[in-house]
Design a protein around this ligand. Structure first.
Ligand code: DGI
Ligand code: FE
Ligand code: FE
Length: 207
């Protein structure tokens, strides 16, 4: 078969599977959450174009990042216990923090994702982690700046910064999130704090 036709068929298959996945995710989420999901999907793709990451992986990770967000606390804990996914103390206290980890698990087992980078971007999208890949940073930032978000602090500035310097945007989002969590008295997952310290020290080193 002609090489070009083969290539086209391959990309069409991919588009079809994105379409099917969207349908499945729409069923698994509330209307509002699904709207946020599409916002993250397209924003992640735009950031991938800007920074030279794989656009299809960005679409997939954006689409699936909150695939476990609409599960109850009990269900999140149950999935972790039944599948030997380790839980931290903070996660037991605040089970919503598990939706990344469980989301990564479901992306692989339920939605058939095999790409490790995509799965990691889903797992780490709430707390971040030290040494994030470009795709992980993209999903983390897209989650915060997508067009449907309206209550986050300094959104306009951060939306611009995200397309100028993704590391600076990442650090600013972490700073803002931690300040908000601390002032509201919420429990903080050690990973959120570690991510912030790691990227702050990198920024200081580069200054
Ligand atoms: O699922 P989304 O709402 O789209 O976004 P997300 O997965 O980034 O979750 C956002 C919330 O998670 C946001 O309100 C900040 C919060 N968060 C992030 N790290 C921590 C945290 N909440 C607590 N209590 N502790 C953390 O360490
Ligand atoms: Fe989330
Ligand atoms: Fe989200």
């Amino acid at each position: 078969m002609d090489k070009e036709i083969k290539k086209k068929e391959k990309s069409d298959r991919h588009r079809l599977s994105l379409k099917k996945l969207r349908k499945a995710i729409r069923k698994a989420q509330t209307a509002k959450r699904y709207e946020h999901t599409l916002g993250v999907e397209y924003t992640a793709a735009a950031l991938a174009m800007r920074y030279g990451a794989n656009v299809n992986n960005a679409l997939l990770a954006g689409l699936l990042h909150d695939c476990a967000k609409c599960l109850s606390d009990e269900k999140l804990i149950d999935i972790c216990e039944k599948n030997q996914l380790p839980m931290t103390e903070t996660e037991r206290k605040l089970p919503f923090l598990l939706h990344g980890k469980v989301g990564g698990y479901l992306a692989e087992k339920k939605y058939g994702i095999q790409n490790r980078e995509v799965i990691d971007a889903i797992i780490n999208h709430t707390t971040g982690r030290e040494g994030m890949s470009l795709l992980e940073k993209i999903v983390f930032v897209a989650d915060y700046i997508e067009p449907g978000r309206s209550h986050a602090a300094n959104l306009e500035e951060l939306r611009l910064l995200a397309f100028q310097d993704i590391d600076k945007a990442l650090l600013r989002i972490l700073e803002g999130t931690l300040a908000h969590l601390k002032s509201s008295g919420y429990a903080i997952d050690p990973r959120t704090e570690e991510t912030w310290k790691h990227y702050r020290s990198l920024a200081e080193r580069d200054a």
